[in-house]
Design a protein around this ligand. Structure first.
Ligand SMILES: [Zn+2]
Length: 795
C-alpha cells in the first residue's frame, strides 16, 4: 500500500514537472539504492547512531517538551534557549524519513508518528505553529515580539520554523506515504497564505527557508498560492520601510543582488529559493541575479573544501578572496545549503560545473561536519588548526547537528537526474537505481570503488530496447580544472578520458561537462571508464593571501590535510614540501575506517635561540582526507601546505614563557595554552590563533600566572590583548598589574616604563629586574565587558 502511494506521488511530481518546473528533474532518493563501501557505511552510522542520538537530544534538551508545553500537556515553566529550537525536531524527522528508505525500521516509524501527534497537538486552531508563543510562559523570549510575526524580519524565526516544517513534512510524505505531518504543514501554510501578501501582512522572513519549503509543498499539493507566497516573500526584501541589512540579504531587492553578502546560511537558502521560484515561474530576473551571485561565490569566496561563509563575524561571507584558514567559519549548515543551491543551479542549466561544486562540498567541507562515530559535530569547519578545534556533541544552537542528521540520508537523491531522453550520472557511487524515461524504464547499476578509485562500470538495463542519451559527468578536477573560474588552478597536464561501451572505445562528444553516450540501449549494455586518480597540487589565486606559496593536495574529489597524529613533527604547520615532490597514494584499511593516504617527503622548520637561521630536517609526511580529521584528539592540522619556507610556521624557539607552567582564574587548558604558544596574530580581533578570555564575566579581578622551569632574572612583560568588538564581548582591560614571587609571597614589580593599554599591539611593561621562579598578572576587567589575552611573553 505504501509502495503504491510512493509511486503515485512520484508520478504526480513528474506531471507537475511538465507544467513548468526545473527542465531537469532529479531522480528521487526513493529510487536510488547505494551499495558501496563509502556512503553506505556512513548512512548506516547515520541511521544507527546519529538519528537516535539527535532524537534523544531533542528529548533531553526539552525541545520535544516545548511542543508538549504549547499543547498544555505539561506545565510551561520555561522554554529552551532559541526561538528556532522547534526546527531541530522537524529536521531530525526529515532525516529519519529519508533513512527509512534505506533501512526499514517499524519502531522508528511508530516513534515518528508519536512525535507528529505531539507536534499536531501544539498547533493552534487556525494553523499557527510556534511553540515559543503558544506555550503559556511567564516571561516570553525577547526575540518573540508582542504579537505574531511582529519581529519576523528580525529574530523571531516564525517563518523559519514553518519552512523547516514544510521541508520535513514533504520528505516524510514522500518516504512513508503518510499524510499526518503533511496535513499539519498544510494547515500552517494555509494560515500563511491567509495572513501574508501584498496589502496584507507585509513582512519577509528574517531567516530564509520558508521559500523552498513552500515550493516543495506546492509541488506536492499543486496549490499555486504556496508558490505565489514564496515569490512574495522574496520580492518584499529590500523594499523601503522594512529592515534593510546585508546580514539577512534585505539590503536590496533580490533581483538587484549580484554578489553574495551577509549570513551565509540565510543567503544560500535564499538563492536556493530563488532558483525554485525561477524554475516554477520562468522569472528571468531571478535567474540572472543568482547566476551572477554563483560566479561571485565560485570565483572569489569558495574554500577549496567547498566551504562558504569565511567569517564568524555575523557567520557571513567575507570580502573577495578573503579566505583565512584557521579562522575559517565555513559553517556545516552553509555547506549543506551550498549543496542544495548547486543542485538547483544544475537542474536549471544542465551544466556539470554546478555538480563539481556540489561534489567538492559534499566530500570535503560538508562531510567534515560529522565525526566518524556519528555523534560529534563541527559548527565551523576550519582549514587549519593548532588543536583548538574539536567536534562537539551538542550546542545550544544545534542547527548544524540537526541539519547533518537530515542531509546525510538524502545523498542518494543527488546521484542521477533526467530530462526527456537524457539520463544524467552526476555522482559516482556503487549501487542501483530505477528510472522512468519517456520511452522505457531503466535500471542503472554502478560498480565502483569511488572516491578512492576512478574505475567505474555502469550497467544499463532498459525494460525494453530504447534510444536515450547517457550523460556521464566528467568532473572538472579530472580535467585539471578544480574551479570553473580562476580561484584555483591545477598544473597537472590534462589526460584524455577513454570511454568503452561493451568493451569497445566509444567516441563521445562533451556537452556542458558531460560525456554524451547517445545510442540504442539493450539490457546488459556496459559503459566503462576510469577517471584519472593522479595526486594534484592545487594552487590558489594570488589574491588569496592566506594560501600564498602553498598548495593543497587533491586526489579524485578528496581534498587532503596534514594532521599531527600522522607525522613525526606534530606541528604540521612547520612542514614544507617541494612543489615537485613525488606523492604516492596508499589505501590504509585500519586508519579512520579506511582511507586513501598520500605520502611524500618534506622538511620540518624550527627556530633557534640567538639566530635567525632555521633548523631544517628531512621527514616523511602523510596526508589524510580532510573530512576525516579531528577524529583522534586535538592536534595541529593544515590543508594548505607551504612549498616555500617563508609560508611555513617554524616551530618557535623555546622562551621563558613557553617553558612555564600556566595557570590562572580560567580552567580551560586550551585557553591557558594559548598564552605561550607564540602564535603571531594580525590584530586584537584576529581569532585565528588560540586565545584566553573571561567572557561572560565583567568588572571582576582575574589573574594569570607563569611558574618558570627554573629561576630567571626578568625585567619585562609583553601582553597582546584580545578585543573582539563589535560582535564579541571582550575589550581591553581597565588595568593590569605584574607581580613576582618572593619567599612564597606576591610582590608588585617596580615599573620603569609602561605602554598605555591598547589593542592591536604588544603592551609592554619594563620593570626593575627581579630574580624569581614565578610571575603573576592581575587583570581588572572593564565595567561592561570581559577581557582576553592572545599572548603573554616575559623577558
Ligand atoms: Zn549550523
Amino acid at each position: 500500500m505504501i509502495q503504491k502511494t510512493i509511486l503515485f506521488c512520484f508520478f504526480c511530481l513528474g506531471a507537475f514537472a511538465q507544467k513548468g518546473d526545473y527542465p531537469i528533474q532529479p531522480v528521487a532518493f526513493t529510487q536510488v539504492h547505494f551499495k558501496d563501501n563509502f556512503w553506505t557505511p556512513k548512512m548506516q552510522v547515520n541511521a544507527n547512531v546519529t538519528i537516535p542520538y539527535t532524537l534523544n537530544q531533542c528529548k533531553i534538551t526539552g525541545r520535544i517538551d516545548n511542543f508538549r508545553k504549547a499543547a498544555k500537556q505539561i506545565p510551561a515553566d520555561k522554554s529552551t534557549s532559541f526561538t528556532f529550537d522547534d526546527t531541530d525536531l522537524y529536521k531530525v524527522i526529515e532525516g529519519a524519513s529519508y533513512s527509512l528508505q534505506t533501512q526499514k525500521n517499524p519502531q522508528l516509524e511508530t516513534y515518528l508518528d508519536s512525535l507528529i501527534t505531539i507536534i499536531g497537538s501544539a498547533q493552534e486552531a487556525d494553523g499557527y505553529l510556534y511553540t515559543f508563543r503558544t506555550m503559556p510562559i511567564q516571561k516570553p523570549h525577547e526575540w518573540l515580539g508582542a504579537k505574531r510575526w511582529e519581529k519576523e524580519e528580525d529574530l523571531s524565526h516564525e517563518l523559519y520554523n514553518a519552512g523547516h516544517l514544510f521541508e520535513s513534512a514533504v520528505a516524510h510524505y514522500q518516504a512513508t506515504g503518510k499524510k499526518n505531518l503533511l496535513n499539519i504543514a498544510i494547515r500552517n501554510a494555509d494560515l500563511l497564505v491567509k495572513t501574508f501578501g501584498w496589502g496584507k501582512e507585509e513582512r519577509f522572513p528574517g531567516h530564509q527557508i520558508v521559500e523552498t519549503g513552500l515550493t516543495k509543498l506546492y509541488r506536492v499539493t499543486g496549490k499555486k498560492a504556496y508558490l505565489d507566497l514564496a515569490k512574495f516573500f522574496l520580492d518584499l526584501r529590500g523594499k523601503e520601510g522594512h529592515l534593510n541589512q546585508e546580514y539577512s540579504q534585505s539590503h536590496k531587492k533580490v533581483v538587484d543582488q549580484h554578489t553574495a553578502v551577509g549570513h551565509a546560511v540565510r543567503a544560500t537558502y535564499m538563492y536556493t529559493g530563488m532558483a525554485d521560484v525561477a524554475a516554477l515561474t520562468g522569472d528571468k530576473a531571478y535567474l540572472s541575479a543568482i547566476d551572477d551571485i554563483w560566479h561571485d561565490v565560485v570565483d572569489k569566496k569558495l574554500y577549496i573544501t567547498g566551504g562558504i561563509g569565511a567569517t564568524g563575524n555575523g557567520e557571513a561571507f567575507g570580502d573577495d578572496y578573503d579566505l583565512p584558514n584557521m579562522s575559517a567559519y565555513a559553517e556545516t549548515c552553509a555547506a549543506i545549503a551550498n549543496v542544495y543551491w548547486n543542485q538547483r543551479m544544475f537542474l536549471l542549466h544542465g551544466d556539470a560545473q554546478y555538480v563539481d561544486v556540489l561534489e567538492r562540498t559534499l566530500y570535503n567541507g560538508l562531510l567534515s561536519g560529522i565525526s566518524l562515530s556519528g555523534d560529534k559535530f563541527f559548527y565551523p569547519n576550519p582549514l587549519a588548526s593548532m588543536g583548538q578545534h574539536q567536534r562537539r556533541a551538542w550546542w545550544d544552537c544545534a542547527c548544524c547537528v540537526s541539519n547533518m542528521t537530515r542531509f546525510l540520508p538524502s545523498v542518494p537523491g543527488y546521484t542521477y537526474a533526467q530530462n526527456q531522453k537524457n539520463l544524467y550520472v552526476n555522482l559516482f557511487v556503487g549501487g542501483t537505481a530505477t528510472i522512468q524515461l519517456p520511452n522505457t524504464a531503466v535500471t542503472i547499476t554502478q560498480q565502483t570503488a569511488y572516491p578512492w578509485e576512478g574505475k567505474n562500470d555502469i550497467t544499463i538495463a532498459p525494460a525494453k530496447t530504447a534510444q536515450f542519451a547517457l550523460r556521464i559527468r566528467i568532473p572538472g578536477w579530472a580535467l585539471s580544472k578544480p574551479s570553473s573560474g580562476d580561484l584555483y588552478k591545477d598544473e597537472t597536464p590534462e589526460s584524455p578520458i577513454q570511454l568503452l561501451v561493451n568493451g569497445k572505445v566509444f567516441s563521445y562528444k562533451m556537452e556542458k561537462g558531460y560525456a554524451v553516450v547517445d545510442r540504442v540501449w539493450k539490457k546488459g549494455d556496459k559503459v566503462s571508464f576510469t577517471l584519472p586518480m593522479d595526486v594534484r597540487k592545487i594552487l590558489a589565486n594570488s589574491n588569496v593571501k592566506a594560501d600564498k606559496s602553498k598548495f593543497a593536495l587533491q586526489r579524485g574529489p578528496m581534498v587532503y590535510c596534514l594532521e599531527g597524529n600522522d607525522n613525526t613533527s606534530a606541528s604540521v604547520m612547520s612542514l614544507v614540501v617541494d612543489k615537485t615532490a613525488p606523492v604516492t597514494a596508499s589505501y590504509q584499511q585500519d586508519l579512520l575506517n579506511g582511507v586513501m593516504t598520500l605520502n611524500m617527503k618534506g622538511f620540518t622548520t624550527q627556530r633557534q635561540v640567538g639566530s635567525e637561521e632555521l633548523v631544517k630536517k628531512t621527514t616523511d609526511i602523510k596526508a589524510i582526507p580532510y573530512y576525516s580529521w579531528a577524529n583522534r584528539g586535538a592536534t595541529e592540522m593544515t590543508v594548505w601546505i607551504p612549498y616555500e619556507e617563508t609560508a611555513a610556521r617554524p616551530t618557535p624557539a623555546p622562551t621563558i614563557a613557553s617553558k612555564s607552567k600556566v595557570s590562572g582564574s580560567v580552567s580551560n587548558l586550551l585557553m591557558l595554552k594559548a598564552l605561550n604558544d607564540q602564535y603571531e596574530v594580525e590584530n586584537s580581533n584576529d581569532k585565528s590563533a588560540n586565545f584566553l578570555h573571561w567572557w561572560p564575566k565583567k568588572n571582576t579581578t582575574e589573574y594569570l600566572q607563569y611558574d618558570f622551569d627554573q629561576t630567571y632574572t626578568v625585567s619585562s612583560s609583553s601582553i597582546y590583548w584580545l578585543d573582539d568588538s563589535p560582535w564579541g564581548g571582550c575589550r581591553i582591560p581597565a588595568s593590569y598589574k605584574i607581580y613576582y614571587q618572593k619567599d612564597g609571597e606576591w610582590i608588585p614589580v617596580k615599573v620603569i616604563n609602561q605602554s598605555p593599554i591598547a589593542k592591536d599591539q604588544l603592551n609592554t611593561v619594563q620593570f626593575e629586574p627581579v630574580t624569581t621562579k614565578a610571575i603573576k598578572m592581575e587583570v581588572q576587567l572593564p565595567t561592561d565587558n570581559a577581557a582576553g589575552v592572545i599572548e603573554w611573553a616575559v623577558k
